[in-house]
Structures are given as C-alpha cells and as structure tokens.
Design a binder for this molecule. Structure first.
Ligand code: AVI
Length: 329
C-alpha cells in the first residue's frame, strides 16, 4: 500500500524573525502596550484557535459554516465555474473544503502565516479533490502582491471567511479590500464572512468561554515570545480579559499584568504596573449596511448577502465596481 503524502506546490513568503522582534519591541514600547493579533497564530495558537471554533459559546464558525452549507448552490452559481480560489489566512481550509464540494473551481490557493499548518491542509485538499490544482503559501493576509507571481492563471476569487476582516482596524480593512479588488481584477470577486453586531452578552460569552480556551489562546502569545525572542514572561502573572466596547463596535482582547513586574524580551526590559494591559486583539462587528458602505468605499459592489435566521453572521459576495475603478469615499 502506498502511504506517501502528496505535498502540492508551496511558497514561503513568511516574515523574517527580525520583523517579529521589531514589531514586538515597538508594540511593548507603546502606551497602552499593543501586540498584533497576527502574533496569536504560531502552531499552538493555530491549534487553539481550531478548538475555539468548536466551542459552544463561539457561534461564528458554526453559523458561517451553516450559511455556506445552506446557500452553497447559490454562492457557487454567483462565483461561476473554473475560478482560481485564493484564501488568505486559510488555516485548516475546512470552509473552502465545504465550498469546493459545490464549486467547480480550477485551482485553490490557501495561504497562512503558519506555513506548516496550511501546507498540511493543502495536502489534504489535494488528495480529496484530485482534479483541482492546489498550491499553498506561507504569507501574511495582506501580501496580495507576493501572491500575484505565484497563483495559477485564471479568473480570481478571494475567499476570506471567519470574519477575519473584523480583526483589522477600519482603515486596514479598507486597505485590504482595496488591495483585494485590484488583485482579483474586473472579472473577479470576493466572498467574505462578516460577524454582525448583536447583544453584548452573546459576544462576551464567545470571547470568555467556560473552558478557558480563549484565555489559553491569548496567553500563548507570551509563551511564543518567550520561545522566539528569548523572553522571560511569567505567564501565570498575566490574565486574559475580553469585553465588548459598544461605542467602538468591537470586542477587545487584553492580557492584564497581575503584579508590578519587569520582563526581559529580545535583550530589552519592559516594566508593567499592576493591572497594566497589553492590547492583543480587536474584533470589529458590522451591520450589513455598515459593511456595504466599507466595501463600497473600497471599490466593491454587493453581489449577494446571506445570513442565518438569528442574524448573527453574514456572508457577502462582492465584485469590483468597474474595470480599473479605484476606491471612493
Ligand atoms: C480569527 N478571528 C476572526 C477571531 C475573532 O473572533 O475575532 C479570533 C478570536 N479571538 C478570540 N476568539 C477568536
């Protein structure tokens, strides 16, 4: 029996360790201290995030999956046949797998900041869909220009599920959408999942699960910095905090220092007063109208929108406004 694993074409455009150092040192020197949510996803962080997606309190994944399942034929009809489906931040590629059961795409290109994770997932998909051209890359979400040289030729559709757009600041979200519009071109499209505004209690529970997996996910960032930047964070002296900031329409995630302490990282020392925060993530929530406005300002027109009965989550298909059209607003 042949048990060899087939690994499709892989492209490594991951950030250099030097960038990690600069980014972390810069973030910890700020007031309040800040670290990018991208840093949450080392191998362990990615695995913890997969566990979060299955938690009873974390509604986005199963709600979006159900929306994709229930409307797969409609969505596939709008996207059309033989596209090249590109998924930034694909992780385990589970949602694309679902879509590809209904969508006769020519190629699938998942990318992720965690290269090993996406490479494994790409291999699984290549085995499951032998007629589909699969290639994967270790890359940041926003590296569309790097991908251009790597993706197979054909009509491009970007798939960006999971409401990852919510982890961008609004100006970054607009930048991402502008870049996505120019990457897919006039005949392309964007299928994107967006978490909707809702009652704060449901949001609070989703980011403060009873098993403490989200807390572990957040704290794992410190373990990662200890390992990769020779840090000496005492993880037991920080705690996870997450809350919905209604005025800003976002869930904020923080790591709170439980004591006065000094931490050494990358050869530099950083002081913490008791209760001081490292702000690690924002997760913006949008109404459908707010998201249409944002997408419109980036040069997209709405092609279709699907939600669940409770209106917890939305999936949008967007197409660039006109050939060569730039952003407005
Ligand atoms: C990946 N992203 C959309 C998740 C979110 O809900 O903002 C990350 C996450 N953070 C805590 N739980 C999940």
């Amino acid at each position: 029996m042949n048990t060899a694993v087939f690994y499709p074409r892989f492209f490594d455009a991951g950030p250099e360790p030097m960038h990690l150092r600069e980014e972390v040192v810069d973030g910890l020197a700020r007031r309040p201290k800040r670290l990018s949510p991208k840093l949450l996803y080392d191998a362990r962080g990615s695995a913890l995030f997969d566990t979060i997606c299955e938690l009873p309190e974390y509604y986005p994944t199963r709600t979006e999956t159900a929306i994709l399942q229930d409307n797969a034929a409609d969505i596939a009809g709008l996207i059309g046949e033989e596209c090249v489906l590109i998924e930034p931040g694909a992780g385990s590629c589970h949602k694309a797998e679902l879509l590809l059961c209904h969508l006769p795409a020519a190629a699938y290109v998942p990318t992720d900041i965690c290269g090993d994770h996406v490479r494994e997932a790409a291999s699984r998909l290549a085995t499951r869909f032998p007629r589909l051209e699969v290639a994967s890359a270790c890359a940041d979400f926003s590296q569309f220009e790097v991908l251009s040289s790597f993706v197979p030729s054909g009509r491009r559709v970007v798939f960006f599920p999971g409401s990852t757009i919510g982890n961008f600041e609004p100006h970054e979200a607009k930048r991402f959408l502008v870049d996505a519009a120019s990457f897919v071109g006039a005949d392309g499209g964007l299928l994107i999942g967006v978490d909707l505004k809702k009652e704060p209690e449901r949001l609070r529970a989703a980011y403060n699960d009873a098993r403490g997996i989200t807390a572990e996910f957040n704290l794992n960032l410190l373990t990662r910095l200890n390992r990769e930047l020779q840090g000496d964070f005492d993880v037991n002296r920080f705690r996870h905090q997450a809350f919905y900031e209604m005025g800003k329409g976002r869930v904020e995630m923080h790591l709170i220092s439980e004591a006065a302490q000094e931490v050494s990282i990358a050869g530099l020392r950083f002081r913490f007063v008791p209760g001081e925060t490292i702000h690690t993530e924002n997760s913006y929530k949008y109404t459908i109208q707010e998201f249409h406005r944002l997408a419109g300002s980036a040069g997209f027109v709405p092609g279709g929108v699907w939600t669940d009965r409770q209106r917890l989550f939305s999936v949008h298909y967007l197409t660039p406004r006109i050939a060569g059209a730039g952003p407005s607003g």
